[in-house]
Ligand binder design. Structure first.
Ligand code: UDP
Length: 327
């Protein structure tokens, strides 16, 4: 394999992107991060060069591609809130689809032909069965899921027509933080369960609201597949190696294959923090399926991916460490 020398990480100042930039640094790869800081943090970029800019801006893209010779582009810059995507689909289609097209077309113009894309379990919609493998029917139920589904289609067509090779990684629930407390999740507003539960444990929030206890699951709360952020970053590294070795376009589902309920997350957090975590009962959140669990067998077999931090205790411990350092 020709080892990669320089990678463009779009959205490298965000939660997932910043862990990826750090990992690429560990692997000895040069990085340019392009981020508009709409939700990312400049101080989360721990390696390489930082460029403030938006992928909607073709002039910035031409400048960055003109100044560097990239082996590949990793694209983490997207809007991710399902509820907001229903209320403001224009925002989601503009950024997640149109601006991604702008990025892909700049890549074509500058002869960069490898792309790693952050996709999502939301492309499957309401699951017909779990665990969800790649063969599961794709039927998104919100504009966020559709925006990612559309880009996956674009990538399949760009491969056929322009020989642009890509790997789509369909994340289930990205969670956890850097084990040494270097990086973690800093969304504003925070909507994700694990940071919210731990902020309730530390007293930064008065309680955690459980969105529904009447689901068809053993304890009535929703089940999700939480995948550690560094396991997720490692999957991108393997995807990059696959493309560097001349590998074909692929799409993989990426989760641990373990489902944990909202209740189990709260109980785990109580055990690990030793704190009381006040719970408030809430209504179901619209568009929340009862269970989302990945079958990640394909990426395990084809790329040799294996999660190192698959245990929920470890994921929660790392987030608690991060929260303790940052509250
Ligand atoms: N959830 C909850 N209370 C919260 C936030 C989330 O009960 O304050 C539940 C949510 O309904 C879902 C699970 O926790 O079943 C994970 O939600 P999150 O927003 O973290 O990720 P998503 O599954 O939506 O990608």
């Amino acid at each position: 394999m020709k080892s990669p020398k320089c990678i463009l990480v779009v959205g490298g100042a965000g939660y997932i992107g910043s862990h990826m930039v750090w990992l690429l640094g560990q692997k000895g790869v040069d990085v340019v991060t392009l981020d508009n800081l709409s939700s990312g943090h400049r101080d989360a970029v721990l390696h390489g060069q930082f460029v403030l800019g938006d992928i909607a801006d073709r002039l910035i893209l031409d400048k960055v591609f003109g100044e560097h010779k990239f082996d590949a582009v990793m694209h983490f810059a997207s809007f991710i809130q399902v509820g907001e995507s229903v209320l403001d689909p224009a925002k989601y289609y503009q950024n997640n689809v149109v601006n991604t097209l702008n990025l892909l077309n700049a890549m074509r113009a500058h002869g960069v032909d490898k792309f790693i894309f952050s996709s999502t379990a939301a492309i499957f919609g309401e699951p017909e069965y779990v665990p969800i493998g790649e063969a599961h029917p794709q039927s998104p139920i919100n504009p966020y899921g559709w925006s990612k589904r559309m880009v996956e289609q674009v990538l399949a067509d760009y491969d056929r027509a322009y020989n642009l090779k890509s790997v789509c990684l369909r994340y289930f629930n990205a969670a956890g933080a850097h084990p040494d407390g270097l990086l973690g999740e800093r969304h504003d507003p925070e909507t994700h369960l694990i940071p919210l539960v731990l902020q309730a444990a530390s007293g930064q929030r008065p309680h955690i609201t459980v969105f529904g206890r009447d689901y068809d699951t053993p304890d009535g709360t929703c089940i999700r597949d939480y995948i550690h952020i560094l396991d997720l970053a490692e999957a991108h590294w393997l995807a990059l190696q696959h493309l560097q070795s001349g590998g074909e376009t692929r799409a993989y589902n990426l989760g641990n294959g373990n489902g944990y309920s909202v209740n189990e997350v709260i109980e785990t957090a109580r055990r690990i923090t030793g704190r009381a975590i006040p719970v408030q009962e809430g209504q179901r959140r619209e568009g929340d399926p009862a269970r989302l669990v990945a079958d990640a067998g394909k990426i395990q077999q084809e790329l040799g991916w294996q999660p190192i931090y698959a245990d929920l205790n470890t994921i929660v411990k790392h987030v608690w460490h991060w929260e303790a350092l940052n509250s």
